[in-house]
Design a protein around this ligand. Structure first.
Ligand SMILES: CC(C)(COP(=O)(O)OP(=O)(O)OC[C@H]1O[C@@H](n2cnc3c(N)ncnc32)[C@H](O)[C@@H]1OP(=O)(O)O)[C@@H](O)C(=O)NCCC(=O)NCCS
Length: 150
């Protein structure tokens, strides 16, 4: 989508990202997560801006210290009125490009088994399911582990 711009996150974006995250990932610790990622993996944190400069999406990733060829897509969110406009795909492309620049050759993530829109999105990006965890973040809430070669 031409009018959306992807750029690196800065700490000035923190409040807006927290606000945007709240309805998408209710009760899943966004504010804590964002502070950790901005300290640990600042170059793997991107935001999407609309034509007016408003933030409409974000993506954050990481790299495994014990195997630096493996990256993780930690969280992605796009505000509901901008979904299905390729914003998620553009954010993912930016993250994958930066992961490749760091020598990463495969990326993984987990997704709630019930989150069918996100699973469809990830499969369109080329992710394939490797594992299913019956309990991962929370007891008895299954998550799927998906992987993709970069
Ligand atoms: C998942 C999410 C990031 C996708 O972002 P997006 O900007 O809407 O994605 P895109 O427009 O780039 O979609 C690319 C493709 O993914 C698939 N897709 C995306 N959203 C979909 C949906 N709701 N239902 C079915 N397929 C979907 C489609 O194949 C789509 O291509 P198409 O529109 O040409 O059919 C977004 O829906 C979101 O923020 N969801 C809420 C938070 C969330 O669940 N994050 C993932 C948690 S693990």
């Amino acid at each position: 989508m031409q009018s959306v711009r992807i750029r690196p996150y800065t700490s000035a974006d923190y409040s807006r990202i927290c606000e945007l995250d709240a309805p998408l990932f209710a009760g899943m610790g966004g504010p804590i997560l964002f502070r950790h990622i901005e300290e640990l993996f600042p170059s793997l944190f991107f935001v999407a801006e609309n034509e007016s400069g408003g933030i409409i999406g974000y993506i954050l990733g990481g790299v495994h210290l014990d195997n630096k060829t493996v990256g993780k897509l930690i969280r992605i969110g796009v505000v509901s009125n901008y979904q299905r406009k390729e914003c998620g795909t553009m954010l993912s492309d930016a993250l994958f490009r930066e992961l490749r620049n760091h020598g990463v050759t495969s990326v993984h993530l987990t997704v709630a088994e019930t989150n069918l829109p996100a699973i469809t999105f990830y499969k369109k990006l080329g992710f394939v399911q490797k594992e299913r965890f019956a309990s991962y973040f929370y007891p008895d809430i299954p998550r799927l582990s998906l992987w993709k070669d970069l």
